[in-house]
Design a protein around this ligand. Structure first.
Ligand code: FAD
Length: 386
């Protein structure tokens, strides 16, 4: 996986394969059935309780890691890192597949297998830039060890869909944990954050998008020991979220439907219910999606690894308004893309027409025409530059 000119990670064929006919190879067939950019099929993982906005949910909780260091380091309440450490400690897995900032280049995200508490803490926090934990799959292929896999909903969907066709990957990865995702910004977004902090890329030895508090600061550490920072609201809200890749804007699965457990920010709303980004002790929203996920979380709770309380599923909307809006407007956006004869991924089982009904005709029409107008503008500006 390599960053392309637009600043997103894209697959490149290894040299050894470049001269081979690949279209009919087994690897290509498996890729076509598993890659979330091409296809997402949630049908095998649904029951009659399926919720048209939030997917399959056994329980909704709000809570945090009991370990103070992990809670502080984590992006929200540190629940993902706490569960990862629990899995290692109790030998449920041999390693945790996750991403972290590269030691040599803190702007690059690398896939790693963590085997200790220190490595898990070093990988904690959200990284709002291209990252591909599924790259570590090649190590699973040649190993008999067991792993917990942590990734964005698309990373986890790729592994879950691959597991259907590859029993070795199914055995090797017994747990999949994800987090809600509003989309991946290009690396250009990060470069613009650095520009606003008045820092050159060569000067930095560390870069965090958030975490180390909740939501925590976006912070660049310079070679001379100085730090420069801005708030999460400034970095994500004013820069990074303007660089999301197109596929993320039509993603029906920002909510991690293929995972055993999904975490998100457990914001407390203001009087209008809008999430507050005031600095405070971290809280995670936790969606338990499978029995295996529920067992893991409840065992970790019994061992005082996480502290949780029930959360009313009706209130998810108030703290995740973006996820609600995107999910309910996917279908009109897809229809607009079809009208423009653009290629769209195949989505099965997401009940998108049911979710569209939630927002009604006016909002659906707005989403449909909004996409048409934006696309036309892009085309016109491309014509001008050409
Ligand atoms: C691109 C992006 C978009 C997000 N959008 C939302 C959203 O819309 N709503 C919301 O509530 N939360 C969103 N989050 C998630 C949120 O910031 C927290 O990560 C989540 O609540 C888990 O918190 P935690 O404290 O349990 O995680 P931690 O204990 O801090 O663990 C985080 C884990 O995520 C992994 N990780 C971090 N960045 C990436 C990445 N880019 N790709 C793959 N793995 C990664 C880390 O390696 C680590 O294992 C987003 C995060 C990212 C990276």
């Amino acid at each position: 996986m390599q960053i392309d000119e637009a600043g997103y990670k894209r697959p490149r064929l290894n040299k050894a394969y470049q001269d081979q006919p690949i279209a009919s190879s087994e690897a290509t067939k498996t890729l076509n059935r598993s890659c979330p950019a091409l296809t997402l099929d949630i049908t095998p993982y649904k029951t009659k309780n399926y919720h048209p906005i939030w997917g399959e949910i056994l329980e909704v909780l709000r809570g945090h890691a009991q370990d103070k260091e992990i809670r502080q380091a984590g992006s929200s309440g540190g629940v993902i890192s706490a569960l990862a450490e629990y899995c290692l400690k109790h030998k449920l897995v041999d390693g945790v597949i996750q991403i972290k900032a590269c030691d040599q280049n803190p702007l690059e995200n690398v896939a790693v297998i963590s085997r200790s508490r220190q490595q898990i803490i070093a990988s904690s926090g959200s990284r709002y830039a291209p990252a591909s934990p599924a790259e570590a799959i090649r190590l699973v292929k040649s190993s008999t060890e067991k792993y917990l896999f942590v990734g964005k909903p698309c990373d986890v969907a790729a592994i879950r869909q691959l597991q259907k066709h590859d029993p070795h990957i199914k055995q090797g990865i017994p747990y999949l944990i994800s987090f809600m995702c509003a989309g991946t910004p290009s690396i250009t977004g990060t470069h613009q954050v650095l520009d606003q902090l008045n820092v050159s890329r060569q000067e930095i030895i560390g870069f965090r998008y958030r975490g180390d508090g909740w939501p925590g600061l976006t912070k660049a550490t310079l070679k001379n020991g100085e730090t420069r920072s801005m708030t999460y609201n400034e970095s994500w809200g004013k820069v990074l979220n303007r660089h999301l890749q197109t596929r993320c804007k039509i993603c029906p699965d920002g909510i991690g439907e293929f995972a055993d457990i999904v975490c998100a920010d457990g914001w407390e709303g203001d009087e209008k219910g809008y999430p507050s980004f005031e600095e405070q002790d971290g809280h995670s929203l936790i969606l338990l999606r499978t029995e295996k996920g529920r067992e893991l979380l409840r065992n970790a709770e019994s061992d005082a690894v996480v502290k949780v309380e029930s959360f009313d599923a009706q209130n998810i909307f108030a703290i995740q308004p973006f996820q609600y809006y995107r999910r309910t407007t996917i279908l009109p956006r897809l229809l607009a893309m079809k009208a423009l004869m653009l290629k769209i991924p195949s989505y099965k089982g997401f009940e998108l027409s049911r979710s569209m009904k939630e927002i009604g005709f006016y909002q659906s029409f707005k989403a449909f025409t909004g996409l048409l107008v934006r696309r036309k503008k892009i085309k016109r500006s491309q014509l001008k530059t050409a």
